[in-house]
Design a protein around this ligand. Structure first.
Ligand code: FAD
Length: 555
């Protein structure tokens, strides 16, 4: 048996705190006391509904089974407790819990634990912090039940790694570029390179270039969620808006289900540092912010299924239903659509690689500071590109606006065109397309091609702003709701009498703010026509929609 290394940065007191006797007495009122004997296994890896234990007497050990024996992660003594993130998200256990010395434990199932966390904030704080830190430690040490075998040069490997890490699941990665042995092992197993990345899931299942849904199924990400119940509120999308709605809905006692296509976080989850979100003066990574919100929503009892796509809104029946991949229908009395938008991305090699390190999708004060005094490129001929050009020209040395068309007249407001023409530090390059991005860890060079002449020009430019518009994720609405000409959902006073007539709005009252063209269906965040396209506004709209959900549930 090997002892697990403890990182010097582990805050042991917070990871493995000892509860006061008064806390233990309070916890017992939520569960039951149980006598245990040495060698007894309380939880096995893969257990679908692991319980939570507090050691009253004796000790229990937390173990990770490994091919060369067990690794002891920790030994819980009297006053200490078991558990980590999977207790919150209802996923199968990752570790074995075995009694080391005879004694007594207090045992709570997940429902009892969630009730404790929701009602006793003093104990809840200690437990939640420990669960989150322990999950982070498992991730840092790769103590999961997954090994990813894939090349760093393969985009599938990046997708699988991102899916696991955005879902907070620990894994080990073997880079096939560096590990000849792993490459040979795959060959011996008859797995050709085109089937990679390969996932060894829970030690015994081999998945070849699996979809996100296959990974989620194999790891039991959604096992604890009841998809048959009719919910008070069904939220589509777990970006900032969906998570905001989930936290408020669940904390206010609504039976809440969230459906997320990939992993919680949305666009914000892809931001390395959000500096304009209230309360985080030093900034916070999008993943950290949304991981906290994810834990918070689950603490209040929201159910969240991941790797499931809403494919159809069934709006002609009440309660409404949403069909997800695989044909299952989820019914709910109210629906909050928070499926956001995806920035339209040009088809350019290495674009993803330079996102945040030279390629940006917004031109705010923050980005303008990064390129102060430098030459920049803006791609796009719409108003957002025009606003960005005028704004960046105030601080940048030179701004190149690249458009495919022969001019801006059809796509940009006249006042912006005039300002561009009047600004000597802006050059409009018509019929021109960006064709190359180059650099090391940061973008260093770009090339553009002038269509009619075919001339390619290479320039040492380190900043590219992609302003080619955002596409709403509304294709699945199946024509049920009124949308604007770009497909964003119209709500509240933005809905015209025609919109309401076409959608057959049935009530005497007009739609509430954030309510779409059918009663009890709300749209929040980036998916909503006229939204601010910011994290704070998305969260705020998610929260505000829940106040209206209460109202329509009482109608
Ligand atoms: C790189 C980047 C950096 C940013 N930086 C900042 C910043 O610093 N400050 C700021 O205020 N804003 C920033 N933004 C904008 C901000 O992230 C968005 O305004 C915000 O994320 C919108 O939240 P949302 O929940 O409405 O939508 P999204 O974040 O788009 O989330 C929508 C979610 O719905 C899911 N979904 C979509 N379709 C379906 C479906 N059919 N079924 C199920 N799920 C579905 C998606 O997978 C996604 O998780 C940034 C955006 C990007 C891309």
């Amino acid at each position: 048996m090997v002892e697990a290394p403890v990182s010097p940065t582990d805050t042991v007191d917070h990871l493995f705190p000892t509860l006061a006797p008064a806390h233990i007495e309070r916890i017992e009122t939520y569960g039951r006391s149980r006598v245990v004997t040495a060698g007894e296994v309380l939880v096995e890896p893969g257990h679908r509904r692991p319980h939570f234990f507090v050691v009253r007497h004796g000790s229990v050990e937390i173990l990770r089974p490994a091919p060369d024996g067990e690794v002891v992660i920790h030994v819980d003594q009297a006053g200490q407790f078991t558990g980590e993130g999977s207790l919150l998200n209802g996923r199968p256990a990752l570790t074995r819990i075995r009694v080391r010395e005879d004694g007594e434990v207090i045992e709570l199932d997940r429902t009892q634990l969630l009730r404790l966390l929701q009602t006793d904030s003093e104990i809840g704080e200690v437990l939640l912090r420990a669960f989150i830190l322990r999950r982070a430690r498992l991730i840092a040490h790769g103590y999961g039940d997954v090994v990813v075998l894939g090349s760093r040069l393969c985009s599938g490997t990046l997708r699988v790694k991102e899916f696991l890490s955005h879902n907070g699941h620990p894994f080990q990665w073997i880079d096939l570029e560096r590990d000849q042995g792993a490459q040979e092992l795959l060959e011996r197993l008859g797995i050709p390179p085109e089937d990679s990345p390969v996932l060894l899931c829970r030690g015994d299942v081999i998945l070849r270039n699996p979809s996100n849904e296959q990974i989620a199924d194999c790891l039991g990400f959604n096992v604890s969620v009841d998809l048959a119940a009719v919910r008070d509120v069904l939220i589509i999308g777990a970006g900032p808006a969906g998570l905001g709605a989930a936290v408020y809905a669940a904390s206010e006692g609504l039976d809440t289900l969230v459906v997320e296509l990939t992993a919680p976080g949305g666009q914000a989850g892809s931001s390395s540092r959000i500096e304009n979100y209230l309360g985080f003066p030093n900034g916070i990574s999008g993943q950290e912010l949304t991981a906290r919100a994810y834990g918070q929503a689950q603490k209040f009892g929201a159910d969240i299924v991941v790797a499931k796509r809403a494919v159809k809104l069934l709006c002609e029946r009440r309660p409404y239903a949403v069909e997800i991949d695989g044909g299952q229908r989820l019914a709910a009395r109210t629906i909050v659509i928070a499926s956001g938008a995806q920035y339209r991305k040009p088809n350019l090699a290495r674009l993803d690689e330079f996102e945040g390190t030279g390629v940006y999708y917004g031109a705010t004060f923050m980005e303008s500071q990064l390129c102060e005094g430098e030459e920049v490129v803006i791609i796009g001929g719409g108003n957002s590109a025009g606003q960005a050009a005028v704004f960046l020209a105030q601080t940048c040395w030179h701004v190149n606006v690249l458009v495919r068309s022969s001019g801006l007249a059809d796509t940009m407001s006249r006042y912006l065109i005039r300002r561009i023409e009047a600004t000597p530090t802006i050059t409009l390059r018509t019929e021109t397309e960006l064709v190359e991005l180059d650099g090391g860890r940061h973008l260093e060079r770009v090339a553009w091609r002038h269509g009619p002449s075919g001339t390619i020009e290479r320039r040492d430019i380190r900043h590219v702003f992609v302003m080619t518009g955002a596409l709403p994720s509304t294709g699945w609405l199946d024509g049920c709701l009124a949308c604007d000409d770009k497909g964003f959902i119209r709500t509240g006073t933005d809905l015209s009498p025609d919109d309401l007539a076409t959608a057959k709005w049935p009530l005497a009252r007009t739609p509430h703010t954030l309510e779409a063209s059918l009663p009890a269906i709300f749209a929040v965040g980036d998916v909503r026509a006229g939204s601010m396209k910011r994290v704070a506004s998305a969260v705020g709209e998610g929260a505000a929609a829940i106040a209206l959900v209460h109202r329509v549930l009482h109608e």
